[in-house]
Design a protein around this ligand. Structure first.
Ligand code: ABU
Length: 485
């Protein structure tokens, strides 16, 4: 590529983007490069620094994209997010070009209005019209903020003085909940010992008898039940904790009730499964990652709360006038700065995550999101049927939504540890071949293959192709397995 000079790099960039858009769904999903090879290439690049070479820049860009996993590929089922949508991608790129921060209306005027409008649209879609909300850096961050809101409500001086001496708050999460609430406890100073992991039932939902038992025991022991976290869409099984029952327990023990719906929040759009979230208004707060099932580029996260002054009470700090000015413009006229989003956020600098989601919404609308989620669930039902018809595949957990947990159970292998090794190897070689990417997790001691359908461009034939790929790889491995043993 010719050295383009400082004035025209964006022409090349446009070409790179257009090539990438063409190639992102083709070829191997993953090159599976070795760390050592990549490190060697990066070290070589490093030795060329400082020469103002555009050739070097484009070489790095080419190499970066060649060595990235194609997360928009129809055989990428690895994470709780996948795919690429062009309106949202344009929003993400424009956001970077504009390079501003969401803290003040002054530096992010239209972005502020768009974020407010987007929140308002989602509040309406979720049925939380009267709630307050803010955008956060991700689901983990939302869960941390929810813990702070709970602490602040129970201990109104928490912001100033921390916890009253000798107080022992407890936070209840299911054994299948995301690890972020435990990290939040580590960061907040409450410590991991404040976490109570409540057992789940055979479907992966919080066991209510167990929750009641813990709450009673802790109260008897002088602990203070503070927060109960229900998960709407656990990371592995996609399970939904019983919202109404938890809300009832939370009321009785004066606990904050937070729903971690980072993954499952978008199920609200489903015509068949939306009722799983019909009682979310019984919670005090609710976190949701729109970058997961709605497929916009990472990150796009929100935290909603029913308690209107909660953000203000928990996150506002006294003198921040260096940035959130008293509104006097050059003509000594008062200008309205009440639109600043920064004072009630825990962050200072913050990206404009709203724009990509806004463009995605404008392009597809609520009906488009409904169709997308319904399609994920239809394809998941298809995957489940395929597993049922294959003699050497088994479903390992009842399916709630678009998480499908399965494994190969080849004839002649019955030892659980051997089954784990076998499935891990199939996954690994499938990934190394670049044919498909799918993740693994554990359900108790059993390794499970977690298939996630979250790419809006995936079709029935892609699902069939995935199982064909899996079965072919498993058959080959089975031959070697029996030969070697
Ligand atoms: N924040 C949870 C994402 C984990 C996953 O993609 O599986």
């Amino acid at each position: 590529m010719l050295d383009s000079g400082l004035q025209t790099p964006y022409r090349e960039l446009a070409q790179v983007m257009s090539d990438h858009a063409r190639r992102r769904k083709q070829g191997p999903v993953n090159q599976q490069p070795s760390y050592t090879d990549l490190q060697q290439a990066v070290t070589n690049q490093s030795s060329l620094a400082g020469k103002k070479s555009w050739n070097l820049i484009w070489d790095v860009v080419d190499s970066y994209l060649d060595n990235s996993v194609k997360t928009a590929h129809p055989q990428y089922f690895n994470q709780l997010w996948a795919g690429q949508s062009d309106p949202a991608m344009i929003g993400a790129i424009v956001e970077v070009i504009s390079n501003t921060s969401m803290y003040t209306f002054e530096v992010a005027p239209l972005a502020t209005v768009i974020e407010n409008e987007l929140i308002s649209v989602f509040r309406q879609h979720l049925g939380l019209e009267t709630w307050a909300a803010q955008m956060t850096t991700g689901g983990s961050n939302s869960n941390f903020l929810a813990l702070l809101l709970a602490l602040h409500r129970r201990f109104p001086d928490y912001q100033q003085t921390g916890l009253p001496a000798g107080t022992k708050p407890r936070v209840y999460i299911s054994a299948d909940a995301h690890y972020s609430m435990e990290k939040a406890l580590m960061m907040s100073g409450l410590g991991l010992h404040a976490a109570v992991k409540v057992a789940v039932d055979e479907n992966g939902a919080m066991d209510m008898q167990e929750l009641h038992r813990h709450l009673q025991q802790d109260t008897n022991d002088g602990h203070k039940p503070l927060l109960i976290v229900g998960t709407a869409g656990t990371t592995v099984r996609g399970a939904f904790d019983p919202i109404e029952d938890i809300a009832d327990a939370a009321r009785r023990h004066n606990c904050w009730f937070h729903i971690d719906a980072a993954w499952g929040g978008a199920i609200r759009y489903s015509t068949s499964q939306g009722a799983l979230l019909k009682s979310i208004d019984q919670a005090d707060s609710f976190s949701w990652d729109a970058h997961k099932m709605l497929g916009v580029p990472l990150m796009c996260s929100m935290l909603f709360t029913k308690q209107h002054d909660a953000f203000r009470n928990a996150f506002r700090l006294g003198d921040t006038s260096y940035i959130f000015h008293d509104a006097i413009d050059a003509n000594e006229q008062s200008i309205d700065t009440n639109h600043d989003l920064g004072p009630d956020s825990l962050q200072c600098g913050r990206r404009v995550d709203a724009l990509k989601m806004w463009l995605e919404f404008l392009f597809y609308g609520k009906e488009g999101f409904q169709r997308r989620i319904d399609q994920f669930l239809d394809l998941s039902a298809l995957a489940e049927q395929r597993i049922a018809t294959e003699p050497e595949l088994e479903l390992q957990a009842p399916r709630w939504i678009n998480n499908i947990c399965f494994r190969s159970k080849p004839e002649g292998i019955s030892d659980e540890q051997e089954l784990n090794q076998f499935n891990q190897k199939v996954r690994q070689s499938l990934m190394q071949s670049g044919k498909s990417m799918v993740n693994q997790a554990y359900l108790d001691q059993a390794l499970t293959i977690r298939l996630i359908i979250a790419n809006k461009d995936v079709t029935e034939s892609d699902i069939s192709q995935f199982f064909d790929n899996w079965i072919a790889e498993a058959s080959e491995l089975k031959r070697e397995w029996h030969y070697e043993s």
